[in-house]
Each structure stands twice: as C-alpha cells, then as structure tokens.
Design a protein around this ligand. Structure first.
Ligand code: ARG
Length: 418
C-alpha cells in the first residue's frame, strides 16, 4: 500500500494536475480536500473531478461558519486592512486551511500534505508556516513550485492524462475568492498603468452601470460583531453574503492595490470586497462614536500590526494571541447601529447610534441647551499653549529661514511699478 497525501484541492488546473503528478513522482495516494470558505462553486462537481483525475478519496469541508466566526469577525473587530487597502480575504483563509489539512492528514493516516501554490507568492508561506507549526512531522509538498512546468506545459500534461482543462483556464487571470473577497491577478493587470478591464469583475457592477437611486443599509453591531441587517437578525455567513450582493450591485468594493508581498515582490492586485469594505467602514464609524480618542489612536497601531501578521502568515503566534486579547477587550462597548448609503460605486456612513455613545449633544451643540462651559476655555488655552509660547520665543523666532525652517519667510517688499 502506498503512502497517502492530503492535497488542498480547488478543482482548477494546477491542483488537478497535481493529483496525477503526486502519484507519478512520489507514488502517493491523493486524498483531495476541498475547503468551502464561501467561494460559490459546485462542490460535488469538484469532488467528482478529483476522483476522475485519480484521487483515492475526495472530501469537501464546509468551513464557512468557522471562517466567519473565528477569522473574519476577529479581523473586522481589529479593523485589519493590509497597507490601507486589502481586507485580507485570502490571507485569512490560509491558516484555517492549514489546520484542516493537518487535521485531515491525522484522520486519514497520511504522512504528507500538499498545496497548489507557486514559489512566488504569499500563500506558500502562509500554508507552510502554519502547517509545520501545527504538525511538525508532516511532509509538505508544493507540486506547482517543484515541477517547473510553464502554463502551456501544465495544460499539455493535463491533456496527456485526460484531465479536463477547465474553461476558466483560457482566462489569463488568476483568481481566488471567499466570503471576505475576491482577488484577481495576472494578464493585463501586470501592467500597473493599465486600468483593470471590466471583464475581471464578477461581484461588482461598474459605477456607471450601478442603479441611479441610492440605497441605504443599516448594520447592527453587538460588541463589534455585525448581527443585524436592516433590523433583521442574521447569522454571520448570511449577513456577509447579503451584503456582498447588495453593495456589489451598487459597485461598492473595488480595490486596485499595488501591494508589497512577503517575498519581496511588488504586485498589482485587483480586489472585490463589497461586504468587507462596508462592514469595516461601519465598524470604524461605530468605534469613532464609542471609543475615546486615545483608544482610537492606540487601536490603529494594533490594527496595522494585526493586518501585517495575518498577511505575513503569522496567525499561530503569541503576538497574535496577545493582540487578539486587546482587540476583544476594546470591543465591549462597540454596540449600536450604522446607516450607510450605497450609490454609484461608493458607500458612505450617513448615520450612527449607540447606547454607549460618547457623543454628547449637550457638549457639542451650538444651539440652546449648550452645556459646555466656554468661560473655562481661556485657562485651558493658556496652559496648552505654554510650551509653544516658550519655544517660539526662545528658539524659533529669528531662526534662519530656509528650507529646513517651519517659520514663515518675511514677505519681500514689492515695489510698485509706475
Ligand atoms: N495578494 C493577495 C494575498 O497575498 C491575494 C492572493 C491570491 N492568491 C491566489 N492564490 N490567487 O493575500
């Protein structure tokens, strides 16, 4: 009996060829594991295909709920966005897949796991760092990194072994998708000057084709977790699906990101993430209302660290554990409702309310009912400005003017003509 390998199987060209290749090259029986993280696919067709191509077993794991509750929502609570642009859909799914691969290997008595990543991307790092941390004795094989075939050669290989080449293979784009977003790379997108053609988008309408009438949506949060959609309670998976559909219809969620990969390459990535964009925006709006200025400032730093560690494949680390504890603690009053307006490619927060709001009408109003003691302001200004006055008078006034000086140059006297 030959040894077994659990392969993360997407049903695409590379992982289909990998089933055959793993048998040929390593004499391994392949157990195909397809993980459903909300990519709308025909999973039983994918299962059939794996068996047809030669897998000894084809498993499908519905991991949508786990993905939402254990990965997406904590990242939302953290406001994790990589380089200010990417809500991390793919990056978040990898540690979950790594865990399921490792678990399945144990259950099936396999000595190895395999994934379809190339040697140029982030995903190989995320998979392998996580798998080897969780199960150090598992052998990890990356066929597409090892076999050294070009795309054409891979297609030839598939044809030679009667592996149906998916229709999508004629598309020049490399696509990954799950509930939190969709990414598109390759083809003309590799020229960062070229605007992404309309054909790359599948979840979002172009702004010019989007409805001419704005639509409002209300998201209710409980401790930083979205729980209601227009007043109705919804489970996380359905809420994200509904929002992807609604915001996508209004053209919301397109991102064009020139991104810094972990392996040192700058790459141009197009994303569609309607629900992620809207939820992150709504969540931040509620935090603006319920966190203090200092909490907000500190949380922004945490958000960046959190995003980086997810992007860099460091999910299973103590730093993550520590930051997650902070994030969770910060969310105890992030409860309330945010109203957003979706219109022609943009979503904007137009209203927010919370039982734990720190916004105080009596303090903010310029109308009657003003409770702010304006007579206390001069004293505050006197003390706040004390170090500024001292420094300007002692050091900055009269300091040489020039490119390094913040002081404003004297205006040259202009001679009047005539
Ligand atoms: N650039 C994104 C990331 O690193 C998306 C990667 C998409 N992965 C893929 N195999 N197509 O997370």
């Amino acid at each position: 009996m030959s040894d077994k390998v659990v392969l993360a199987y997407s049903g695409g060209l590379d992982t289909s060829v990998a089933i055959r290749w793993l048998k040929e090259k390593y004499n391994l029986d392949v157990i195909a594991l397809t993980i459903d993280v909300g990519n709308e696919r025909d999973f039983s067709a994918i299962q059939q295909k794996a068996l047809k191509v030669g897998a000894v077993k084809a498993l499908v794991a519905d991991a949508k709920e786990l993905f939402v509750n254990h990965f997406i929502f904590p990242a939302l609570q953290a406001d994790a966005i990589y380089e200010g642009q990417y809500p991390l859909a793919t990056a978040l799914s990898r540690p979950l897949m790594a865990k399921l691969l490792a678990d399945t290997a144990v259950e099936e008595g396999a000595s190895a796991v395999a994934h379809g990543c190339t040697g140029k991307g982030n995903d190989q790092v995320r998979f392998e760092v996580s798998i080897s941390a969780l199960s150090p004795t598992l052998k990890i094989i990356a066929p597409a990194r090892e076999w050294g075939m070009t795309r054409e050669q891979t297609i030839e290989y598939a044809q030679r072994y009667d592996i149906t080449v998916p229709a999508t293979t004629s598309s020049p784009y490399s696509i990954d998708e799950n509930l939190w977003g969709r990414s598109i790379e390759c083809g003309v997108l590799e020229d960062p000057w070229v605007e992404s053609p309309e054909e790359v988008f599948a979840w979002t309408t172009s702004a010019s084709e989007a409805p001419d009438i704005p639509e409002y949506v209300e998201i209710g949060f409980d401790k930083g977790i979205p729980v209601t959609f227009n007043g109705h309670k919804l489970d996380g998976v359905s809420l994200i699906q509904r929002l992807n559909e609604l915001a996508g219809r209004h053209g919301v969620g397109r991102i064009d990101h020139l991104e810094n990969r972990l392996v040192g390459i700058k790459s141009r990535e197009i994303y569609e993430a309607p629900a992620a964009i809207v939820l992150l925006q709504a969540h931040q709006a509620l935090e603006a209302m319920t966190l203090s200025k200092d909490q907000l400032r500190f949380k922004q730093k945490v958000a960046q660290e959190y995003a980086d560690l997810i992007y860099n494949g460091l999910w299973f680390t103590s730093l993550h554990q520590d930051l997650a504890a902070y994030v969770k603690s910060s969310q105890c009053y992030i409860t309330g409702t945010v109203r957003l307006k979706l219109f022609k490619g943009s979503s904007s927060v137009v209203g927010r309310k919370s039982p734990k709001s720190l916004y105080n009408y009596g303090l903010a109003t310029y109308d009657k009912g003003d409770e702010f003691d304006q007579s206390a302001s001069p004293g505050f200004i006197h003390i706040w400005g004390l170090p500024v006055r001292t420094q300007v008078q002692v050091q900055l006034l009269g300091k040489a003017e020039g490119p390094l000086s913040i002081m404003i140059p004297k205006r040259k006297k202009q001679r009047r003509k005539g």
